[in-house]
Design a protein around this ligand. Sequence first.
Ligand code: TUI
Length: 314
Amino acid sequence: MIKSAICEMLGIKYPILQGGMAWIADGKLAAAVSNGGGLGIIAAGNAPGEYVKEQIKIARELTDKPIGVNIMLLSPHADDVAKIVSEEKVEVVTTGAGNPSKYIKEWLNAGIKVIPVVASVAMAKLMTRLGASALIAEGGESGGHVGELTTMVLIPQICDATTLPVIAAGGIADGRGFAASYMLGAQGVQMGTRFLSAYECTIHPTYKEKILKATDLCTMVTGKRLGHPVRSLRTPFAREYSKAEYGGMPDEELENLATGALRLAVKEGDNEKGCFLAGQIASVVNKEQPAAEIIKEIMDQAEPILKSASEWVK
Ligand code: TUI
């Protein structure tokens, strides 16, 4: 049985969080993950507060376990969603793609555990000083918005910079990644890409199929020029965007090119114009299964790996 400070702090059985994937991580997926003993997280993405409220209601109807909400800080609705999570008293808030400093006090006062995603040591130190409950250290192997550093180098540096428990993210999809994260000093993991294959994840079947068929070199990063690098599957959209970005397309036109691309991938499975966010570990995700089974399988894999680690020492 692998236990950690994260389990006690969040009231969950297994130290596995589900990533807050915009357009994808809804109340249904979050409830399935929480019912499986992990922490399910509803993604606010760019959606208005009303949507988030509705998804919290759906999750609450499906589970009595703790749930979280991820706030994407580039969203025009971030202020609104920040207020709603306090009113609804979700157990956990995670944040991404920015600096959540201005909200932290309010959330802590509402009794919410605050777990920002950090991609640098400076941000980890600031969040620790402001009273965050734990940190998610996300390396650039992840899908979606990515930082500069890889998980391998980020985790130890964040662990050295904070007294808080650290949750590793980016490139983790099985028991090996879980065990490696612990070796680097983390006390839990967050996974996005692996949960794309969950039965309860209601992305378009084409999206799911692309993940199940993905190979090692199938992702790429676009959006660096506009300051928002994003990792996605190497599809016609990603190639076209990349060509435009390095071919000197004006900023505004480039932004228009990306508008609606996430929705087209998730809801329509549009191979030509959709942006299929996915992490570099997509190639090890090979089967569709219930979220609870994913969690159990990873814990069952990680335990013998961590137990046998001492055999290396003579
Ligand atoms: O947020 C994510 N992943 C995401 S957000 C998203 S939606 C989106 N849409 C359009 C453009 C950009 C994103 C899809 N995937 N992961 C968490 C994460 N946060 N990764 C890196 C960071 C991060 C980066 C900079 C956290 C803090 C930070 O601080 C910058 C600062 O303000 O100093």
